[in-house]
Design a protein around this ligand. Sequence first.
Ligand code: GLU
Length: 297
Amino acid sequence: MTPYRGRFAPSPTGPLHFGSLVSALASWLDARANQGAWLVRIEDIDAPRTVPGAAEDILATLERFGMRADEPPVWQSQPAAQALYQRAFEQLQQAGLVYPCGCTRKEIADSLLQAHARNTTLAYPGTCRDGLHGKPARAWRLRVPDGDSAIVTFQDRWQGVQTQNLATEVGDFVLKRADQQWAYQLAVVMDDAQAGITHIVRGADLLDSTARQIYLQQCFGIATPAYMHVPVVVNEHGEKLSKQNGATALDPARPLAALIAAARHLGLDSGGSPPATLEDFYAAAIAAWAKKTAMNA
Ligand code: GLU
């Protein structure tokens, strides 16, 4: 059996908050409960959204909270990673799977609105599939298959069986953005493969991206890892907690209280007296996680 390799992949758009702590903790507990390695990748691919100093801050907070990566963290902005995405993109291009797209956001939004009015698909309508119609190339898209080959099904370890039709629900998706940044979907697939990740544990807000990632893995002949999408933390308006909607940074001086709350969010209420130290917390949480996920399996 391939040894377990998991990861936490924060985007450095601000300090670690309670929502990202839940994802970090879930991936950490799953790796530890399976005697696996736990890695950290800084997803700073989206240069315009990256906040200087946020990555260092996240790494320091993780460490403070008792989660230290088993290997040095990798950064998507590193030249080696950028070269990896470029090679992957060229491979898809050579296979005839990539085409340039000249649509602006507004044009896509307009055609989606029309589709919505007709109560049909909300996927990218494929406007540039057969040519740019005289428009300049902006982004680059991956051609998704038609018919039954567009259906991706996978077993999520938390959410159960998931199915998405890439053609009708997503459409040809962006690999390289109009601002010349690599798209998250391409980068995450190449990074996880490069790091030999076998198990992905992350927030359920990424459930919708997983079929795209599995399809990309299939294009490259990469083995699909096991997926688990844990419930996201929402604010009082039911929105996912994020730096954008004002989630507050964790207090590095009080790791235990936040960890206990994060474990409770994951349904790991141990019932006993609250742990007094980080060691006690992790021992109980790893055991509770092993029990819970064995039941899910
Ligand atoms: N960087 C992504 C985020 O912070 C996570 C990506 C992933 O786990 O695949 O939402």
